[in-house]
Write a new protein. Sequence first.
Length: 159
Amino acid sequence: MVLKLTGPQVAVKKTIAALQSMTGVIEAYETDRDDQSTAVFAVLEKPRICKSAQDHEIMCLDCPFNSTEVPARWRVAARRTSDVGEIVARLADGGIQARIDDITPLDRSVTLSQKERGMIAVAIERGYFDFPRKITLEALAQVVGAEPALLNKILRSVE
């Protein structure tokens, strides 16, 4: 995460120190400074929602961290509906309120070739859908032997 802090340098230093001591923050440090602001880079642990989704092999279709809605909307694709119930219960145990508004079967008319399914499997295995991503689109394209634009189209069709 990149933060833009404004104010006296003493206050910025105190804020960075406070960030470094927060639960879930691995590291925080100043990256750039001008007369009016300071850019701070913070490395965060994987959010509980992301850990839960990964543990249950659930793929996010919409990230709740990018949602502008209140409460945030989170759409996922899961193999079993029971997985969705389990993740909601697990989040509740961690103090995160979530509810299931709708469960809809995936559109089976959208089919992928064996090669495309293989690319998606590699993307999942290499952490492309993780938060934060463990591999870039360009690096993943090299691994699967495809042009980044084509791979991006395939990955977006799945999402």
